[in-house]
Write a protein that binds this ligand. Structure first.
Ligand code: GRF
Length: 205
């Protein structure tokens, strides 16, 4: 059986990308391979790791470029590597509805990981917002990307406590451990093909 080709999109550290790559190498994601790692930043640490691991990578800079041209480039990379599953993993750009729709037409599912229990605390400063709100629990969410930000059907959520004395960094580190597990679970769910999407609901089996 052909393995599903995953494209991972990053902007920085890339620890979620590494967790996915480790899961593939360890056989925890049996039916897939990372065909390409795409970064909008040339100096992303994750790109160094991709290089060290002998993975294909591509840089598609966003700085000083029109969004449309950059997104066309991303799409052509996804097509060139025959990607069926694009995993946003700390990719710090919002995808335009046009790109999301184009991917849907091509049969490319896009996943995103967000460091809160969506629909609570969407946006760029999830941990800060969690701490400011005084909630006692947070976590992470892997969801299918739709035309709205941090909004699409939820596949997996994992929880952590918010502890007295937490800082953004402490909370982020606790959530990150769960992110790494959540992405593997979510990828396996999608690759099983055994689900349907009903509005904003992801329904297994
Ligand atoms: C993660 O916390 C992810 O949820 C958020 O950005 C961070 C990326 O971390 N979208 P890394 O680059 O995967 O280490």
């Amino acid at each position: 059986m052909n393995k599903a080709a995953i494209g991972v999109l990053i902007s920085g550290r890339g620890s979620n990308f590494v967790a996915i790559a480790d899961s593939i190498d360890a056989g925890r994601i049996p039916n897939a391979e990372i065909a390409v790692v795409i970064s909008n930043k040339e100096d992303a640490k994750g790109i160094q790791v991709a290089r060290q691991r002998g993975l294909q990578y591509a840089i598609s800079p966003t700085k000083d470029r029109k969004r449309e041209a950059q997104e066309r480039e991303v799409l052509s990379i996804l097509k060139a590597f025959r990607i069926s599953l694009a995993c946003l993993a700390g990719y710090m750009r919002i995808l335009s509805p046009a790109l999301v729709q184009e991917c849907r037409k091509l049969g490319i599912t896009i996943l995103n990981i967000h460091p809160s229990l969506l629909p609570l605390f969407p946006g760029e400063h999830a941990h800060r917002d969690v701490l400011a709100a005084g909630v006692k629990e947070s976590g992470c969410t892997v969801h299918i990307v739709d035309e709205e930000v941090d909004h699409g059907p939820i596949l997996v959520q994992r929880r952590v406590p918010v502890l007295p004395g937490d800082t953004e960094d402490l909370l982020a580190a606790r959530v990150l451990v769960q992110e790494h597990l959540a992405y593997t679970e979510a990828i396996n769910l999608v690759l099983s093909g055994d689900y349907k999407v009903d509005g904003r609901r992801f329904v297994k089996g």
